[in-house]
Design a protein around this ligand. Structure first.
Ligand SMILES: Nc1ncnc2c1ncn2[C@@H]1O[C@H](COP(=O)(O)OP(=O)(O)O)[C@@H](O)[C@H]1O
Ligand SMILES: [Mg+2]
Length: 111
């Protein structure tokens, strides 16, 4: 979760660097339950993700950030942890509106 928030922060800061002063950085987080799922949703109005990149994001060491900045491990670690918990991640993004990342977890404990 923290790793997803760090990505959101990077994305809004990078957009701020490119954009005029009227741009307001927005990061949102909310969580809710939908039937058996607990959903944590993190949104940002940052630079967004190109369609061609979206399927690569969870690969280890995949990063679009400059050398020394990104490790490319954030989302792959998140994905592994959530998968181990029986959950999944949904990423929707475009370069004009920004990014929404949903972490979906089962509310049923499986022992
Ligand atoms: N909120 C976001 N907005 C824009 N791009 C994102 C966002 N989250 C992830 N990404 C993209 O996914 C890539 C991989 O993220 P991550 O695995 O956390 O590695 P890192 O942050 O070290 O680059 C990033 O380099 C970036 O291109
Ligand atoms: Mg990251």
């Amino acid at each position: 979760m923290v790793l997803v928030l760090v990505n959101a922060k990077d994305a809004v800061l990078e957009k701020k660097n490119k954009q005029d002063e009227n741009y307001k950085m927005i990061i949102g987080i909310r969580s809710y339950q939908d039937k058996d799922l607990i959903i944590i949703e993190i949104t940002d109005n940052g630079i967004g993700i190109l369609n061609e990149d979206i399927n690569n994001l969870i690969l280890p060491f995949y990063t679009t950030k400059e050398e020394g900045k990104g490790t490319g491990l954030g989302l792959s670690i998140c994905y592994q942890i959530i998968k181990d918990m029986g959950g999944s991640i949904e990423i929707t993004s475009d370069t004009s509106n920004g990014t929404k990342i949903k972490l979906l977890l089962s509310s049923q404990r499986k022992n």
